[in-house]
Design a protein around this ligand. Structure first.
Ligand SMILES: *Cc1c(COP(=O)(O)O)cnc(C)c1O
Length: 366
């Protein structure tokens, strides 16, 4: 039983609102894949899946164990595993997960396994690299892929997809349009030779916002579900989904010249009240937020983090805040606060959210 007082609240209605927001940007027939990898962007993948499963067509996870967790929780929706490994193939099939086959090594390993079992028309997905240079076949691989697919009735291609490198960045618009055009060309060739027409998809959240004309049959929405879009303005249309909350464990009155925390990093220049909060870098609060780079909210007022962030605790300045031990501390409950933290940590909200460790208790608010 996880009784850590620091809790990550997940707002189910906010998730549904955000899903709806992206849905209204799409054609009615476009399918939606909800990306729930990395514990649902640091929240709880099973809970997110339960919240949205009646409103989406697909889920995707990065690794097969993440998909198994969804199946074990009773989620029946198709699940695309974005980054499967050869040693996972047996489990993938056992749990009816649908692998992304991105190179000949895993493609042939899966085909051989499917033939040995034998499987009949097992759904797989094929990824093409169109410029991200991360995972995926090259367009020159098409003849070989198609030849092998046509020989097999053990597998069926459920979808063909690619991933954009810079969909959030309109300075890279030309590159993105080229990726989309290359993808369309790949699809045309495959459709011409395969004998059937699998679903196709290329857009992530920021792709939906900037390039809705490339929505094809499905879009893959991740960060958008969790409340973040391309611009600060558009993010205000979305609802906050993750709120990290804790309580004040102890308050100290620190005299001028005394110090707070490791390395004596905070030195009181005047009488200071410091509050200790049970959340630290092991919970996902970066050390970069120490020394007044970050703040929490106590009784509606900002309390700067003073001194260094410890593994399990932070100390915050509450000199000017009317508060006592046991009072609620909001580490963040707003996208702008997460964006501020990301800015201070020289990163992006994705990393702030996914850094929240499994030690922190998750609580779904419906
Ligand atoms: C993570 C991921 C997504 C989701 O991206 P967002 O920017 O969070 O919407 C979509 N597609 C692939 C291949 C991914 O790895």
């Amino acid at each position: 039983m996880n009784n850590h007082v620091t809790v990550l609240e997940i707002d189910a209605n906010a998730i549904l609102h955000n899903l709806q927001y992206f849905k209204q940007k799409l054609q009615p027939q476009t399918k939606i894949l909800a990306v729930v990898k990395a514990f649902g962007y640091g929240s709880d993948a099973v809970e997110i899946a339960k919240i949205v499963k009646d409103h989406v067509d697909y889920f995707s996870v990065a690794y097969s164990n993440e998909g198994i967790a969804l199946r074990e929780a009773g989620i029946d929706t198709p699940i695309l595993v974005l980054h499967p490994q050869i040693q996972n193939i047996k489990e993938i099939v056992k749990y009816r997960l649908e692998p992304n086959l991105y190179n000949f090594k895993i493609f042939e390993a899966f085909l051989n396994y499917a033939k040995d079992v034998p499987l009949m028309n097992y759904p797989i997905h094929i990824k093409f690299n169109t410029g991200l240079n991360r995972l995926g076949f090259w367009h020159t691989d098409i003849p070989n892929i198609v030849a092998q697919l046509k020989k097999s009735n053990n597998i069926v291609v459920q979808s063909i997809f690619s991933h954009l490198a810079a969909s959030e960045d309109l300075n890279e618009q030309e590159f993105t349009v080229e990726q989309i055009n290359n993808f369309a060309y790949i699809i045309k060739q495959i459709y011409a030779h395969l004998g059937y027409e699998p679903m196709i998809h290329i857009l992530n959240t920021s792709g939906v916002v900037h390039f809705p004309q490339a929505q094809f049959d499905m879009v893959r929405v991740g960060i958008g579900l969790y409340g973040f879009s391309n611009t600060a303005k558009e993010t205000t249309e979305l609802k906050n989904t993750h709120s990290l909350k804790s309580i004040i464990s102890q308050i100290h009155n620190v005299q001028p010249g005394e110090t707070v925390g490791y390395n004596r990093a905070f030195v009181a220049s005047k009488p200071t009240r410091s509050a200790t909060v049970p959340v630290g870098h092991a919970d996902g609060i970066s050390r970069r937020l120490g020394n007044k780079n970050g703040f929490v909210i106590i009784n509606n007022q900002p309390a700067p983090i003073i001194g260094n962030v410890c593994m399990d605790m932070i100390m915050v300045d509450v000199t000017k805040i009317d508060c006592e031990e046991g009072d609620e501390v909001i580490i963040f409950n707003h996208q702008q606060h997460v964006e501020y933290m990301a800015h201070k940590c020289e990163t992006i909200p994705y990393e702030i959210l996914t850094a929240i460790s499994q030690r922190v208790k998750r609580l779904v608010k419906r």
